[in-house]
Design a protein around this ligand. Sequence first.
Ligand code: 5RP
Length: 261
Amino acid sequence: MKNRLAQLIQRDGRALFLPIDHGYFQGPTRRLERPGETIKPLLPYADAIMLTRGILRSCVDPENTKPIILRVSGGTSVVGEDLSHEGIATSVKEAIRLNASAVSLSIFVGSKYEHDTLLNLARLVDECEDYGIPVMAVTAVGKELEKREARYLALACRIAAELGARVVKTYYCKEGFEKVVEGCPVPIVMAGGPKVDSEMEVFEFVHDGIQKGAIGVNLGRNIWQHDHPVAMIKALRAIIHENATPKEAHELFIEARGSRK
Ligand code: 5RP
């Protein structure tokens, strides 16, 4: 367990996870139509990649040595009845065979299927602990993006940790994020959600979230849907691993982008 966690969380205690699992319910998401191509230039800057077994098998070179966080929950789609109705879609045996460093699963606190997704998490933890595999719980909100506020996120993160998650992925919120972190006894990484208009907004929230105790990010669309994804990930890496300020990260972004536009 310690060894696997050390593959994910770096010696400085921080982490930059790059998720490309969105297709498991969204289909061919914009700029993730060919995931292998999307991640090729980004891999050197990521500490781990998060994806499903199908994309790992068909789009990622098996000689890739970046740690894998295997998304094992699924069974719903954006056009289906209820995004929260997920089950466990990949076995722990398969995670071991694919040499995953961790597995991830979504919980939908406050949804119609809250109970089922929480028990999915508890059962997955039971099985993974036997093999020393960390479980990263994803506090998912489905289409209800407005749920991303401190009281709700603190509740969901704490429940995930109580059920045995070793890492929790949640959303950042401007007000009260420190309360979310304080109430969760395991490391928190932040997702980005739908792409926002300005890169500075991303740098600012990641920086603020880290000041408030998050260990890093599990951030996808705001990197690979950007016109300059490599510049984005380089700048974010500087915030996470070199304590760069948002302004310094932006300077780095401009330099990496190669023009002032
Ligand atoms: C999708 C996920 C994503 O991995 C997570 O939301 C992070 O990606 P993004 O930054 O694009 O929101 O769990 O189900």
